[in-house]
Write a protein that binds this ligand. Structure first.
Ligand code: C5P
Length: 219
C-alpha cells in the first residue's frame, strides 16, 4: 500500500479544502470520501427510496450502481454510469446523506472503493472514519475541528444549505464507524486558521515525525 494521510473531522471543518491543498503541495492524490456517500445518497433518492428507512436502503444497496476513480490527482464518483457534480452538494443530498451513510452495507461498499484508491499512489483522504476504519494503519492521522458557529458560517459563505449540527449528531452517534478521533490522530482546531495555516500545521507535525516530502530531500 502507498503512503496515506488520513484526515477526519465534522462537517464544514475545512478538511476538504485542506486535504486538497495538502495533496497538491505533495503531488499526491486527493480523495474526498464524503462524495462516495453523497453518490450513494443521490442514487437512493433517484431510486425513489426513502433515505430515512434504513431497511429499505439496505434492501436496494446492492442494486445501486455507484463507481469511482482517480483523474488528474482527484477522486471522482459516478452513479448509473454518469459522473456526478453539483448534485452531490444539493440541499436534498445534504439532508439525506447522514441517514444513508449509517447503513452498514452502504459503508462496506464505500470502504472497498476508497481502499482501492491507495493502490494508485500516495494519497490524502478526508472523511469521518479514515483514520479509524478505512486506513487504521495510516502513518499520518489528523482530526480537524472548528467551532459549530465557524462551521455553519463557512457553509453559508459557500451559498450552501446544510444542516451541519444535525449531520454531526447522526454521524457521531451511529453504530457503524461513527465520527471519532482516531488513536494517534493529531487534533487541529481550524477556527482561527486559514487553509494554508492548517496545511502548515500538518506538515510541521509530519516533519517533526520524520517525514521528508519528495523534492524536499536534503533541503
Ligand atoms: O465530508 P462530507 O460532508 O461531504 O460528507 C457527507 C456525509 O457523508 C457525512 O455527513 C457523513 O454522513 C458521510 N461520511 C461518512 N464517512 C466518511 C465521509 C463521509 O459517513 N468517511
Amino acid at each position: 500500500m502507498n503512503d496515506v494521510i488520513a484526515i477526519d473531522g465534522p462537517a464544514a471543518s475545512g478538511k476538504s479544502s485542506v486535504a486538497r491543498a495538502l495533496a497538491a503541495r505533495l503531488g499526491w492524490n486527493f480523495v474526498n470520501s464524503g462524495a462516495v456517500y453523497r453518490a450513494f445518497t443521490w442514487a437512493v433518492l433517484q431510486n425513489g427510496t426513502d433515505p430515512a428507512d434504513e431497511s429499505a436502503v439496505e434492501a436496494v444497496a446492492g442494486e445501486l450502481e455507484v463507481t469511482g476513480g482517480l483523474e488528474d490527482g482527484e477522486s471522482w464518483v459516478a452513479a448509473r454510469g454518469a459522473r456526478l457534480g453539483p448534485e452531490l452538494d444539493a440541499p436534498e443530498t445534504n439532508r439525506a446523506v447522514s441517514l444513508v451513510a449509517r447503513v452498514p452495507v452502504i459503508r462496506e461498499r464505500a470502504v472497498e472503493q476508497l481502499r482501492g484508491h491507495a493502490m494508485s499512489g500516495p494519497l490524502v483522504m478526508e472523511g469521518r472514519d479514515i483514520g479509524t476504519v478505512v486506513f487504521p494503519d495510516a502513518p499520518w492521522k489528523f482530526y480537524i475541528d472548528a467551532s459549530e458557529e465557524v462551521r455553519q458560517s463557512r457553509r453559508a459563505a459557500q451559498g450552501l444549505v446544510d444542516q451541519v449540527a444535525e449531520r454531526d449528531r447522526v454521524d457521531s452517534s451511529r453504530k457503524t464507524a461513527p465520527l471519532a478521533v482516531a488513536d494517534g490522530a493529531v487534533v487541529i482546531d481550524s477556527s482561527n486558521l486559514d487553509i494554508n495555516g492548517v496545511v502548515a500545521a500538518i506538515l510541521d507535525h509530519m516533519r517533526a515525525g520524520g517525514f521528508v516530502a519528495a523534492g524536499e530531500a536534503g533541503a
